[in-house]
Design a protein around this ligand. Structure first.
Ligand code: NAD
Length: 491
């Protein structure tokens, strides 16, 4: 049984922004409608937020177009764009305690995680791309004949960015960083469950001096505001992070305008633990790789393959970590696990736990809702999972670890790759040859060896197969916001 942290006196962050941010102004939605954002730990309404839809997206797209074509952004030296981005990162850093609390209030993630992961990674990402702003350049190309041929990398234009709720600030930074560095302007649609930190970042962007219209934020629902971003003829590219099925809808909707698309989607990542690994480190790494952020990570190591010889020991270690895990108020700095983001997610996870039981997996720990208030799910561990069970195939997006057994190495690789996803994978072993063999053969965009969830703004991230198209972060992530122009001059 996980332990309950007693609720402390809650010091709530201030909510400054709940309206659309368009052309540098805070506006109610054109329809006047609002939606509620909920604290998932108490089920109480935190704020009423403007419910943007097609009319607001249209205004935002026009403001972004104006800023792109006429405004100071397009005329500004790249180095000055970078300077404003550094300033934004500095302002976020100055308010990091407040922003971490706001993220935890809106999303439910423990504030210690917001402070240790979301905030530093957000700041680092913006600084990394700020440094890139004046280092985006083309090539001179020796072609036949008496010509000077060179290429320029130009901003793709007005970009629509649609993000999920699991890392609201960090996903905002992953989207804004490369777009701003490249000189694009932005129409952002945050997730309806967690709009608050993205809106707060827009406020800080304005304070940093990023010109009006460069960043526009339209909160609202996917099928209305999100779909309007995808369909808008004045938006040149859509960068989307979310579910694979939503990406398929977006792709269909983009056919008419041939928008540039980049997708960061779901996963069912294999985490392979060999008997020769440092088992304590592997168990701790696998635990972190699955239960971090309440299991709501696209790259969660949710199919854990453990070699027969150490299988029982591994199960004992993870079960014991689950027993002492502290669930409670996300704003309490000692809390290790908060609630799921909303009731829908909690119910989906509980449904998968039922399927796991029905289909014959052995439930070792957890297995039910935790408490009666808030959308908490106990850290749940299933042993004796086989490859055909729903809990081994589907993305659960919750604190449910499925542990599978292996002894045959060739068979293992086939099993690990036998999924429509290909976002991430990990291998734990002391055998360097085997580590590299698996790193090469695993069909995934990221492979961690003897570690998990190591992220850096400089390291590209994205999916093989149905886990995505394109990459975010690093130089690859920047390329996705540029068009290549070839110029040939007769000499
Ligand atoms: P989702 O696809 O339901 O929603 C994501 C965003 O898309 C939200 O802002 C939503 O409002 C919007 N949306 C929904 N329908 C839309 C439509 N028809 N047109 C345009 N926009 C629409 O995903 P979610 O449940 O919020 O997030 C969880 C998913 O995100 C998981 O599958 C997870 O693996 C994935 N994810 C991937 C990464 C990555 O980097 N690969 C990172 C985080 C999350």
């Amino acid at each position: 049984m996980a332990t309950l942290v007693s609720p402390p006196v809650r010091k709530l962050p201030t909510i400054h922004q709940t309206q659309c941010f368009i052309g540098g102004q805070w506006l109610p939605s054109q329809s006047g409608k609002t939606f509620e954002t909920i604290d998932p730990s108490t089920e109480q309404v935190i704020a009423q937020v403007a419910e943007g839809d097609a009319a607001d997206v249209d205004l935002a797209a026009k403001a972004a177009r104006k800023a792109f074509e006429e405004g100071p952004w397009s005329k500004m030296d790249a180095r000055d764009r970078g300077r404003l981005m550094y300033k934004l990162a500095d302002l976020i850093e100055e308010e990091k305690e407040e922003l971490a609390a706001l993220e935890s209030l809106d999303n439910g993630k423990p504030v210690r995680d917001s402070l240790a992961a979301d905030l530093p990674l957000t700041i680092d990402c913006l600084r990394y791309y700020a440094g890139f702003a004046d280092k985006i350049h083309g090539q001179t190309i020796p072609i036949r004949g008496n010509y000077l041929c060179y290429t320029r990398k130009e901003p793709v234009g007005v970009v629509g960015q649609i993000i999920p709720w699991n890392f609201p600030m960090l996903m905002t930074a992953w989207k804004w960083g490369p777009a701003l560095a490249a000189g694009c302007t932005i129409v952002m649609k945050p997730a309806e469950q967690t709009p608050l930190t993205c809106l707060r970042m827009a406020r800080l962007a304005q304070k940093a001096g990023i010109p009006d219209g460069v960043i526009n934020v339209v909160p609202g629902y996917g099928p209305t505001a999100g779909a309007a971003v995808v369909k808008h003829p004045g938006i040149d590219k859509v960068a989307f992070t979310g579910e694979t099925s939503t990406a398929q809808t977006i792709m269909r909707e983009s056919v008419a305008s041939l928008k540039r698309l980049t997708f960061e989607l779901g996963g069912k990542s294999p985490n392979i633990i060999f008997a020769d690994s440092d088992l304590d480190a592997a168990a701790a790494g696998a635990h972190f790789g699955l239960y971090f952020n309440q299991g709501q990570c696209c790259c969660a190591g949710s199919r854990v393959f453990v070699e027969d010889k150490v299988y029982d020991k591994f199960i004992d270690k993870v079960a014991s970590m689950n027993t002492s895990r502290r669930l409670g108020d996300p704003l309490d700095p000692t809390t290790e696990q908060g609630p799921q983001v909303d009731k829908t997610q909690m119910e989906k996870i509980l449904h998968y736990i039922d399927l796991g039981k029905q289909q014959g997996a052995q439930m070792v720990s957890g297995g039910k809702r935790f408490g009666e208030k808030g959308y908490y799910v106990e850290p749940t561990l299933f042993a004796d999972v086989n490859d055909d069970m729903s809990i081994a195939k589907d993305e659960i997006f919750g604190p449910v670890m499925s542990v599978l057994r292996f002894s045959d190495m060739d068979d293992l690789l086939k099993r690990a790759n036998n999924t429509m996803f290909g976002l991430a994978a990990a291998v734990w072993t002391r055998d360097i040859g085997r580590a590299h063999t698996f790193a090469k053969a695993l069909r995934a965009g990221t492979v961690w060896v003897n570690c998990y969830d190591v992220f850096d703004a400089a390291a590209p991230f994205g999916g093989f197969k149905m886990s995505g198209i394109g990459r975010e972060l690093g130089e690859e992530g920047l390329k996705a916001y540029t068009e290549n122009k070839t110029i040939t001059v007769a000499m």
